[in-house]
Design a protein around this ligand. Structure first.
Ligand SMILES: [Fe+2]
Length: 285
């Protein structure tokens, strides 16, 4: 059987699929996979390596590490999915990747809490509002935040070193749509390179660094949930983020503040970094 016939035969086996979307997706997957094989003509050894690589990616996944998300992120697939699925009206805050370090069940904390449990980094105050498309405040919106420490690590990466749920929290906006918390200034960090994705990056001659950022997942009734970042303006990796997740509108100033009254209010030393950013959610249809 020639190459072309094998592909045709594989596609013909979808004829009894009752789900038109599944059929459409699998037709494309099979066509493109076969296309790769026809173009690359892998040796048996290379194909075995490919299977081994994907097997390793799976083995590295558990409830605290998601190597498949990392693979998708570092191949630009996540941002491509984001681009085709998150076409939003003008004025709505742009989304970006979820990343592999979100953890369900972060503590629900009141306005102003410091989410840095050891408070060893540079003190930072983050405030903002969650707004609807017509710029009205959304009360009771859920603001799930997580970030890497000043050492560029998430708590789950070194659980013996960092307190559990360090630099993670869930806040709810007040009646004016406001949220606020204290934290430490995030640092740029390399994506985990101790697994198969790290091996892949090294083999491809790529750096693994991500520009410093805060993660946000924001949801509110009757609105489309938003997964996004705020990036630290001036970070050296903004132009070459290993996961291609930077959007200009998400780059914000971490300005140094000497406001003693505000520092007292939030029990922060002076000077401290200050970030103020509103998030606009799209209305759900
Ligand atoms: Fe991150």
């Amino acid at each position: 059987m020639d190459n072309h016939k094998i592909t045709e035969d594989a596609l013909s086996r979808l004829n009894n699929c009752d789900d038109p979307r599944l059929k459409e997706v699998m037709t494309s997957v099979i066509t493109h996979l076969h296309g790769v094989v026809k173009e690359v003509e892998p040796t048996d050894e290379e194909w075995r390596q490919a299977i081994d690589f994907l097997t390793q990616v799976g083995h590295w996944c558990d409830d605290r590490r998601q190597e498949f998300i990392l693979l998708s992120d570092t191949l630009g697939v996540t941002m491509l999915v984001d681009t085709v699925t998150q076409r939003k009206p003008k004025g709505v805050t742009e989304s970006t990747v979820l990343g592999p370090f979100h953890v369900q069940g972060a503590p629900k904390l009141p306005f102003g809490t410091n989410i840095s449990k050891d408070q060893t980094g540079e003190p930072t105050l983050v405030t903002g509002r969650v707004l609807s498309q017509n710029k009205l405040p959304i009360a009771g919106a859920t603001v799930d935040v997580w970030q890497a420490s000043a050492q560029g690590l998430y708590d789950v990466q070194e659980p013996e070193r960092f307190p559990d749920m360090n630099l993670r929290a869930v806040f709810h906006t007040d009646k004016n749509g406001r949220f606020g918390f204290c934290t430490e200034k995030p640092a740029s960090y390399p994506v985990p390179t101790d697994g198969p994705v790290g091996t892949m990056l090294k083999a491809l001659g790529r750096h693994a660094w991500r520009p410093a950022h805060l993660h946000f997942m924001i949801s509110a009734e009757q609105h489309i949930s938003l997964t996004t970042h705020l990036f630290v303006k001036g970070d050296p990796y903004l132009e070459s983020d290993a996961v291609q997740a930077v959007k200009d509108s998400l780059i914000v100033d971490f300005s140094l503040s000497h406001d003693n009254a505000e520092a007292d209010q939030f029990r922060l030393p002076t000077p401290y970094y200050k970030v103020q950013e509103d998030f606009v959610l799209a209305t759900a249809n």
